[in-house]
Design a protein around this ligand. Structure first.
Ligand SMILES: [Zn+2]
Length: 77
């Protein structure tokens, strides 16, 4: 029976970025291009200048466009 070293599992690195809004650390999965601040609920785009260092590239807010679209649809006569 194999035991996963849960308590000792410090091997895999955890990546974090700092939320520019609330300054709390946001965990980022390796290679992920999006992350969400749990405090603010803001979505950020992530870029990777190096494979071990994520950086916030900017806001990711695709939802507003969808809102606009449906609004335009309802408005179009
Ligand atoms: Zn935040």
């Amino acid at each position: 029976m194999k035991r996963a070293a849960k308590g000792l599992g410090m091997r895999h690195p955890k990546f974090t970025v700092r939320c520019p809004n609330c300054l709390s650390k946001i965990p980022v999965e390796k290679g992920s291009l999006l992350t969400v601040c749990e405090k603010c609920g803001i979505k950020y785009r992530i870029c990777w200048p190096t494979p071990s260092q994520p950086m916030i590239r900017g806001l990711a807010a695709p939802l507003k466009q969808e809102e606009k679209r449906s609004h335009a649809k309802a408005d179009g006569k």
